[in-house]
Ligand binder design. Structure first.
Ligand code: G3I
Length: 466
């Protein structure tokens, strides 16, 4: 698995430059050594021999605030929609890779590996496939795989070859492939994928197989039988569309038993949904849940990586499918890092060098906020800080201001996602023009680099809404 390397300095610069609202104040900032600046999740995972990635979809690639995070934070990208049959072979024998290629090109431009998703699935399947006569469907399926996996040969490191082929009770889903081709279609799909791209790792991918149960038992038995027969399967994808507080207790054991069959395991579509709106208790539970999932993967050598199913709550599939639920990811709608982000960061080995401090001030319109200040990177002569603003009131904020005093001669230099001014040792950061509105219980985060020559204690920050 190739890993992003030596990107810390570039990422820091890219983040500071790409995110709107940057305002540097006129004090010199010691240049961070590349090893000391805050690592990304992708870099932390790579240091543990894993990847940490995100799914994405084409419409979001035009949003520069979104792509600044997508391109810098993750070591891996999954094509969330546009490699599916509906997009790649919308009419029989007519292939279209335009949108899938856009995402692959983005990943390549950012040194990110790509998981291909997905070759054979009952959903997002064009109607013409459903009406193919039984005697022709195997040829149609093989031709689809040969073309799509052939097109992406050399650019996709994993393929989700077959997706969601089992029911909850462990029986086969009665998809058109199952009905017309019988049980053997899955093995045939894997053989066709191996022939099309011998170097891609070939995965079976499904949901509700994270813990031990009837469905994961069925997948386990299939994989064991494939290995015995020499059917080319390399991995099992546990989608992990999870519910707050309900990470299966057998997750690690389940990953291990698949690994013991001689296949890799990946967490392929991680999100952990809650009833919205968010609040501090739900965020804390979600952080604990993300930590549990990451730790379970890290505990098994053959668990090769983790992918979140997009990274920002503003771009998640959950609210449209589960009304009243959402907030399932690690960044909020404004691309602020949530407690779940920091849980992943720490589980992957990142350290926040100090504890957090929080104070609350209630502002003019009845909204209130807390500011949580972290030093997330420290190096000779400098540091990186991040402050998370949480709306603790019942109404949305229209703006916020965070203030603190730097008592040890530190300075604040480049700052992103906010507008900074200083007066002697007093630092004032107001919202940027795009992140002043924070929903009740919501959060937004700004970050900065600064210089420090001596100790760098965490200041007490105050937060005021307007
Ligand atoms: O592209 C059209 C657009 O032209 C149209 O205006 C719009 C109106 O509804 O629909 C757009 O297509 C949507 C597509 O996502 C792209 O955004 C489809 O309606 C919508 O159904 C589709 O949902 C996708 C879903 O798979 C389909 O089952 C989600 O984005 C995607 O995140 C989701 O991903 C799946 C994995 O592939 C497999 N595991 C479960 C996971 C979550 O359901």
């Amino acid at each position: 698995m190739s890993a992003p390397t030596g990107r810390a300095r570039r990422v820091l610069a890219a983040t500071a430059a790409a995110v709107v609202g940057t305002l540097a104040v006129g004090m010199a900032v010691a240049a961070p050594s590349s090893a000391a600046a805050e690592p990304t999740l992708g870099q932390l995972a790579a240091a543990k021999g894993r990847y940490f990635g995100s799914a994405t979809d084409n419409p979001t690639l035009t949003n520069s605030a979104y792509t600044a995070v997508l391109g810098s934070e993750f070591g891996q990208i999954t094509v969330g929609n546009t490699q599916k049959w509906q997009y790649t072979e919308p009419r029989r024998g007519q292939f279209d890779y335009t949108q899938g290629d856009q995402i692959v090109a983005f990943a390549q431009a950012h040194n990110q590996i790509v998981r291909g998703h997905t070759l054979v699935w009952h959903n997002q399947l064009p109607d013409w496939v459903t009406s193919v006569p039984a005697g022709e469907l195997l040829g149609v399926m093989r031709n689809h795989i040969a073309n799509v996996a052939g097109h992406y040969k050399g650019t996709v490191v994993h393929w989700d070859v077959v997706n969601e082929a089992f029911e909850e009770n462990g029986t086969r889903r009665q998809s058109v492939f199952q009905q017309k081709l019988g049980d053997s279609y899955i093995a045939e799909a894997f053989k066709a994928a191996r022939a099309a791209d011998p170097n891609a790792k070939l995965y079976y991918n499904d949901y509700n197989i994270e813990g031990i149960g009837a469905k994961s038992d069925a997948v386990y038995n299939m994989v064991r039988s494939f290995k015995q027969q020499g059917i080319p399967i390399d991995g099992v994808g546990l989608q992990a569309h999870l519910v707050l507080g309900q990470v299966p207790s057998s997750l690690r054991q389940n990953i291990q038993r698949f690994a013991d069959l001689g296949v890799d395991v990946a967490i392929t579509e991680l999100d952990i949904r809650m009833r919205t709106p968010r609040d501090a208790a739900k965020d804390a539970q979600q952080a604990a849940d993300y930590r549990t999932v990451v730790n379970a993967c890290l505990a098994v050598t053959r668990c090769v990586g983790i992918t979140v199913w997009d990274f920002s709550d503003g771009y998640s599939w959950i609210p449209s499918v589960f009304p009243g639920e959402g907030a399932a990811l690690i960044y909020d709608e404004n691309f602020g890092k949530k407690p779940s982000y920091w849980a992943v960061f720490e589980a992957l080995g990142g350290t926040t060098t100090t504890t957090t401090t929080t104070t609350t001030t209630t502002g003019g319109n009845g909204a209130g906020c807390t500011a949580t200040y972290r030093v997330v990177g420290q190096w000779n002569g400098g540091y990186q800080g991040e402050v998370t603003v949480r709306n603790t009131g019942a109404t949305a904020t229209t703006g916020w201001t965070v203030r603190w005093t730097l008592a040890q001669g530190q300075t604040v230099g480049s700052l992103w996602n906010g507008v900074v001014s200083t007066n002697g040792q007093e630092v004032t950061v107001r919202n940027a023009n795009y992140n002043g509105t924070v929903a009740p219980n919501g959060t937004t985060t700004f970050g900065f680099t600064g210089s420090s020559t001596g100790t760098n204690p965490v200041p007490t920050a105050t937060c005021t809404t307007s």
